[in-house]
Design a protein around this ligand. Sequence first.
Ligand code: B12
Length: 304
Amino acid sequence: MGDQMLRDLVSQVVNDQIKAAYLPVERLTDLKADILRLGETERLNGMQKGIINSRYVFDFAEYGFVPRSIVTVAVKHELVGMTFTYQGKRVTDFYCVGQAWVKDKMKQIFTENGYNFEYIYWLPQKMLAVSSGLAEYGRNNIAYIDGWGSFFELQTYITDAPCGEDYSFRDVCMMEICDECGACIKNCPTEAIKADRYLIDSEICLCYMVESGEPFPDWLPKSIVHSVYGCYRCQDVCPKNRQVLAEITETIDFSEAETALFLAGAKRSDLPPSLVEKIDRLGMQDWRLETMSKNLAAMLAQPV
Ligand code: B12
């Protein structure tokens, strides 16, 4: 009865853009052991040690209920092209648009049925997605779903709704195609993806520098910055993403005046309504606007 109930509740949000998988919370203990073992057997950088030892949540006491299941949800990204024009130059990019309503809707459904339900970002999301059968790792250390490529958000929740026995759990695995391909390794602009290990060197991954509010480090050639949002170099050469990237149909053009506002570091409250409408279409969060200026400046400084 219980496990059917959990599935029924989650199925209210599942559609062709949203997939879900479930695990009993005890399975997280198995994953935790694997993760902590990593700390002993792998050369982890400071970021990875910090995540494994201090960020990942394995103790749920603060949530005020005893969780019985973990629900992992994958929400397909809609890819929307963007162009920025400034002083005669035009640079292109794209944005991964999410579906902001999913988290609130899930919480509402579970709460209305008498269960506790909490979203937790700091769970090992890719590992949960892969071990529950929702996704597979790619060589670039992000997760892939057949037909969606790597363009989706992972969401992880705990609930006291029981999971039952009808779930799948497997060892983490990488897509077979990655054994021979190596395209992401070759195309990584900072050589963060290593041929001899599945973990990337996350501290030199361009995304990290692009997403950070800090100025670019001196060693980083600004000419490799190509996105206001992160880095796509390992994803845009991936054969598993070819189809999804070919399907981009909508593009939002930011005019000279709008691009100038971004370059000046304007906050949301400084933007005219027509521009707010565009960034809301993309679901661009405020912290993205904070890093926009430095990233756009680097993109626009490149020769045409
Ligand atoms: C820190 C972080 C980053 C860092 C470091 C990423 C990294 N790959 O190391 C930076 C800032 C660089 C980053 C970049 C990006 N990120 Co990020 N990031 C995270 C975050 C917060 C934690 C991931 C992490 O570093 N965990 C610690 C490490 C040690 O764990 P791990 O990488 O999973 O490694 C495990 C495996 O190696 C596994 N393992 C053990 N044995 C074996 C054996 C085999 C064979 C394999 C394959 C694995 C394996 O055990 C390890 C421990 O869990 C997650 C959210 C979350 N809560 O999980 C999002 C997340 C992974 N990021 C996400 C995204 C979208 C991105 C970007 C694509 C954003 C962008 N467009 O620029 C890029 C992709 C860059 C890349 N190639 O990874 C998504 C990924 C969705 C997906 N399709 O997988 C996530 C899940 C956020 C979300 N909620 O959607 N990210």
